[in-house]
Design a protein around this ligand. Structure first.
Ligand code: C2E
Ligand code: MG
Ligand code: MG
Ligand code: MG
Length: 289
């Protein structure tokens, strides 16, 4: 027992555990100040319209450039930011920065595209999202119909009536709503039907399961993806697939009528600067044979 070891009780902890909790403490201390110190940046991943092969929009993804630890993944620091109660500050910064960047592309005369911003369930619950959105749009001058919010199923499950009101308010402004990582949560179909939303994003784990290791279509994997696309269309929603890595996956999704795709096949997330070269060109050459 730790107590019996007396002064040496720290030996109970493996070096890996120590490193982990040390890392967490280090991160907590600096995450609180990361916004004001300008340590976050956004990268952008293209969404492609399957009918035209052109960019239809981009998703903004946050990156934390920690002075000592280097780039920290949002998968690591977003949950931490939620625990610490700083997610809404980060979320507001992301929203404003994304709107500013999108307006900048428009001002450069590039074909106007939509920008999608991820909103955490906690941020959705603890702030008045329509107010924050309205301020960001007003201050940056981005027209509302160029903004899309990506929410997870968790959002749909909490206090449904209130959520419906907030989503209606956002859509009345002209903002689009999509449900991210669709199929990985536990949202019920009866709730889904009531939600004023625009699109379902098929989670990348399902896209990954369409084909097996020998590149053969798997019966269940393919069926799940087709079913989600049909569900979206039956509810008059768009279907967007994320995590598309191979031409075969893109071709499959296209054959099932998926509206938009996103993934490493088309482009990794890139800087705002690097995105410029992806406007105005056919982004689906392999998939259209
Ligand atoms: P997400 O919103 O589902 O974003 C998609 C994630 O999949 C991104 O990871 C993206 O880089 C990655 N990805 C895109 N295409 C491919 C592909 O073809 N293959 C594979 N294996 N991965 C692909 P990232 O940027 O690390 O973000 C992870 C998650 O962190 C996001 O999942 C989102 O839930 C969250 N996140 C990112 N940025 C924000 C943000 O600004 N606010 C909030 N609240 N959450 C964010
Ligand atoms: Mg997303
Ligand atoms: Mg997603
Ligand atoms: Mg996902």
């Amino acid at each position: 027992r730790a107590k019996d070891l007396g002064r040496n009780s720290y030996q109970m902890y493996t070096p890996a555990m120590n490193a982990r909790s040390f890392e967490r403490l280090t991160m907590e201390a600096s995450l609180r100040h990361a916004v004001t110190r300008g340590e976050f940046k956004l990268v952008y991943q293209v969404k492609v319209d399957m009918d035209t092969g052109r960019m239809s929009g981009v998703e903004a993804l946050v990156r934390w450039n920690h002075p000592e630890m280097g780039l920290v993944s949002p998968a690591v620091f977003i949950p931490l930011a939620e625990d610490m109660g700083v997610i809404s500050d980060i979320g507001e910064w992301v929203l404003r920065e994304a709107c500013k960047q999108c307006k900048h592309w428009h001002d450069l005369g590039l074909p106007p595209v939509r920008i999608a911003v991820n909103v955490s369930a906690l941020q959705f619950r603890e702030t008045k999202v329509p107010d924050v959105v309205a301020r960001a749009l007003r201050d940056t001058g981005l027209p509302p119909h160029f903004l899309e919010l990506e929410l997870t199923e968790t959002v749909l499950m909490q206090r449904v009536d209130e959520v419906v009101v907030v989503l209606k308010e956002l859509r009345a402004m002209g903002v689009r709503i999509s449900i991210d990582d669709f199929g990985t949560g536990y949202s019920s179909l009866s709730y889904l039907k009531r939600m004023p939303i625009d699109a379902l994003k098929v989670d990348r784990s399902f896209v990954n399961d369409i084909f097996d290791e020998e590149d053969k279509v798997t019966e269940e994997g393919a069926e799940i993806v087709s079913t989600i696309i049909s569900l979206a269309h039956n509810l008059k929603l768009k279907a967007i697939a994320e995590g598309v890595e191979t031409p075969a996956q893109a071709a499959f999704l296209q054959s099932k009528g998926c509206d938009e795709v996103q993934g490493f096949l088309i482009s990794r997330p890139v800087s705002g600067e690097d995105l410029i070269s992806l406007f105005d060109r056919d982004l689906l050459p392999e998939a259209q044979e």
